[in-house]
Design a protein around this ligand. Structure first.
Ligand SMILES: [Zn+2]
Length: 191
């Protein structure tokens, strides 16, 4: 084995450990590193003290368009894109850094992180497959995750235009408004 491949392998192990610590599923590690499945499972057990969970990855773009996930996904993706394009970071380095910064921002805002690492990775893959686009809000100017090819000339984001409560009874509307006030996330730095 040459020296270069040893260094490369070490970097891959380091990346895998970082991703596992941040909550990556096995499929993420298998896609993003050349390490064998057996080694990844061993690494996972050593880092997390348990076997990797089984099951399918989330595969629908719709989740990222629903209200609260959209705010979080947009926050994360703006950070990622800034590191990747603006700062010219390497792809996975940009991803890991963006995910850490997203979590920091959420904790500063005293909100719960909605976007798990595997979801964030799926989001990046959806953008790479051109299934999603960033639409610019005509009210606040922020960039928000939207379905690819959706018309956005009069797009309004979920913060400027929270979901309509039309069609509900007044009593129910008031009750839900009271709940919403407590649950409204204080995510302000999108875009
Ligand atoms: Zn807006």
């Amino acid at each position: 084995m040459t020296q270069k491949s040893l260094v490369e392998e070490m970097q891959q192990v380091q990346l895998a450990i970082e991703l596992i610590e941040l909550g990556a599923r096995l499929q993420v590690l298998e896609t993003e590193t050349d390490l064998s499945r057996a080694r990844l499972i061993r690494l996972f057990k050593e880092v997390r003290g348990m076997s990797p969970p089984k099951g399918m990855l989330p595969f629908s773009t719709d989740w990222f368009i629903t209200w609260l996930p959209n705010v979080h996904a947009s926050l994360f993706y703006n950070i990622y894109r800034n590191l990747l394009v603006g700062q010219k970071c390497e792809r996975m380095q940009a991803f890991v850094t963006a995910y850490r910064l997203y979590n920091e921002q959420v904790s500063i805002d005293q909100a719960e992180p909605v976007l798990g690492l595997t979801r964030a990775w799926t989001l990046v893959r959806f953008f790479e497959s051109e299934l999603l686009q960033l639409s610019t809000c005509t009210h606040c100017g922020g960039h928000f995750v939207a379905h690819a090819h959706s018309p956005d000339h009069d797009y309004a984001c979920g913060i400027c235009m929270p979901p309509s409560r039309a069609g509900k009874t007044r009593k129910r509307r008031e009750r839900e408004a009271a709940v919403d006030d407590c649950a409204t996330p204080r995510v302000t730095q999108v875009g």
